[in-house]
Design a protein around this ligand. Structure first.
Ligand code: GLV
Ligand code: MN
Ligand code: MN
Length: 405
């Protein structure tokens, strides 16, 4: 199989035009630009000779025809707000190029390549929705319950996109022998340690909790301070208390983020009646996540009822830490060695669809360096030479898998 690097790079550049935002992309799940990108990808898969469709959750899934066994390669094509052009897109277009090159070479094996772009990995509505659906972990009730920050349901978004009523693709135990995901590192380690290929050992667990303070709207000029039920001030105080509590129980690997706050009604001259914050925290060890979450509850117990403001916490996301398949990781490592690429075994602090797939099928991930460690920002970038090296290592891993059978 002959990888066509200019074609891969051209596809990456083309995909980045959907929802282009400066040097990055703003391609939130199920927006017109995300749907156009999915449609373009569907066409590219079909042109490559894959049997491709968009399923009932928005996954774009292309299968090699006439084979009984396949390696599934993919990632996601949605982005965070004002995100980078490679996060997710790289892994999907790696899959497309490997499948295309393999079909062009007329590979003499019954092991095909299937390619997938999982819907809503970034969680505009529900993090990892596409891979959860693919693996049978997303019920219709989950689709109903999942909402974006504006309160729109995933169900409505799917209706608008025209995906409702289509069958949902699911993995096939008798067909899928492995899932491989190539991704940019999204952090600084490979670059700072002079390595070219990250061999992922496992992925951190992720939890997200919404904390809501409920008070009373009042005139911000006339209401004496001691009479206010100020949900905004209560939330700020809560967050400060929580940061100190987290610091007491964290592990060296723990991270947390107050990624979104909203005050209602949201005017300078109105005391906030409601205030909400999204608290996300991550760690490779479940017990540490439990400890952090216990602090969220303890801080709620302390804050609730003070100055007439009610405080409550609702868990939105709970994803367990995941291990990658050691045999597949060793194949990636050997493939990298074969290309003379220095490797680093490393955990992933970012979430990936691989963390869902690994519960069902042997799964592995490879990382390539991110310039300056930047990601989830339009500044995200990677050297073209590293992009090309990454697909070489991925393609060699697929060859080794085919030979092993
Ligand atoms: C995905 O990008 C995540 O780590 O949230
Ligand atoms: Mn991301
Ligand atoms: Mn990603």
């Amino acid at each position: 199989m002959q990888i066509n690097y200019p074609r891969l790079l051209a596809d990456l550049r083309r995909l980045a035009t959907f929802g282009q935002a400066g040097s990055g992309v703003h391609r939130l799940s199920f927006t017109p630009e995300d749907r156009e990108a999915r449609h373009w990808l569907l066409q590219r898969m079909t042109e490559a000779g894959l049997d491709a469709q968009i399923d009932g959750i928005g996954n774009v899934y292309g299968q090699t025809k006439g084979v009984n066994k396949a390696v599934l390669i993919g990632s996601h094509t949605d982005s965070v707000p004002k995100g980078g052009w490679l996060d997710g897109a790289l892994g999907v277009l790696y899959g497309l190029e490997v499948a295309r090159a393999r079909l062009e070479a007329g590979a003499q094996t019954d092991l095909g390549i299937d390619v997938i772009s999982f819907a809503d990995e970034e969680g505009t509505y529900r993090a990892l929705a596409g891979s959860l659906s693919f693996c049978g972990h997303l019920s219709e009730a989950d689709v109903e319950a999942a909402k974006n920050q504006q309160g729109k349901s995933l169900r409505k978004a799917l209706n608008e996109a025209g995906y409702t009523g289509r069958p949902r693709a699911t993995w096939d135990l008798s067909r899928d022998v492995a899932y491989l995901e190539g991704h940019i590192e999204q952090g600084p380690r490979l670059e700072s340690e002079g390595k070219k290929i990250g061999v992922v050992t496992g992925i951190v667990g992720i939890r997200r909790v919404q904390v809501t303070c409920t008070g009373q709207a009042d005139h911000a000029g006339t209401t004496p301070m001691h009479l206010r039920k100020d949900a905004g001030s209560a939330l700020i105080k809560y967050c400060y208390d929580l940061m100190q509590r987290f610091d007491q129980v964290r592990s060296p690997d723990s991270v947390w983020n107050f990624g979104h706050v909203a005050f209602e009604p949201g005017a300078g001259n109105v005391v906030p009646s409601t205030a909400r914050v999204l608290v996300e925290f991550r760690d490779p060890v479940e017990a540490t996540l439990d400890r952090l979450q216990a602090e969220i509850q303890a801080a709620v117990a302390t804050a609730n009822g003070q100055r007439g403001v009610g405080v409550q916490a609702t868990e939105l996301i709970r994803i367990s830490p995941a291990e990658m398949d050691a045999n597949l990781a060793a194949l990636i490592e050997a493939a990298a060695r074969g290309r003379g690429a220095p490797t680093l075994r490393m955990p992933s602090g970012a979430g990936h669809d691989a963390m869902v797939l690994t519960r069902h099928v042997p799964t592995a991930m490879l990382f390539i360096p991110s310039i300056g460690g930047r990601s989830h920002d339009i500044a995200e970038d990677t050297d073209e030479a590293d992009i090309c090296l990454g697909i070489d290592v991925l393609a060699d891993t697929v060859r080794a898998l085919a030979e092993r059978r």
